[in-house]
Design a protein around this ligand. Sequence first.
Ligand code: FES
Length: 141
Amino acid sequence: MTTSSEQLSAEHYSATLIDHFEHPRNAGVLERADVDTYVTNPVCGDSLRLFLRITEDGDRIDAASFLSSGCPASIATSSVATELIAGLTLDQAMALNREDYTAAVGGLPRSKVHCSVLAAAAVRNAIEAYRRGDAKAQATA
Ligand code: FES
């Protein structure tokens, strides 16, 4: 089934969210990733795979990308998350929460607020996995 812009508008998504859903940033496998993490949302079964490349000094996120099997809200918040965390220190990225990603896509309908959990959980899970030297990690949001 295809989700059209008209359907998305009818669900009161912001123009920013629709843009990220229709034109996801940093979608795909990241070359030379230092960590590859997979997170599932137990509420709906949607999933997110997040890749991070870390700077050589181990301090900052050099680049991020994602693969999603999720709803428009989870795709958009994942897309915006990869933009927000690129260039941040690991501590700065760890401090971001789902409200930050939700705000960055212009808010979410009340029924979709839980969808931002995936991006937030994946970022934190990926950083924690990197810090413990676990290049491949799986978690539940
Ligand atoms: Fe599953 Fe949105 S409905 S993440």
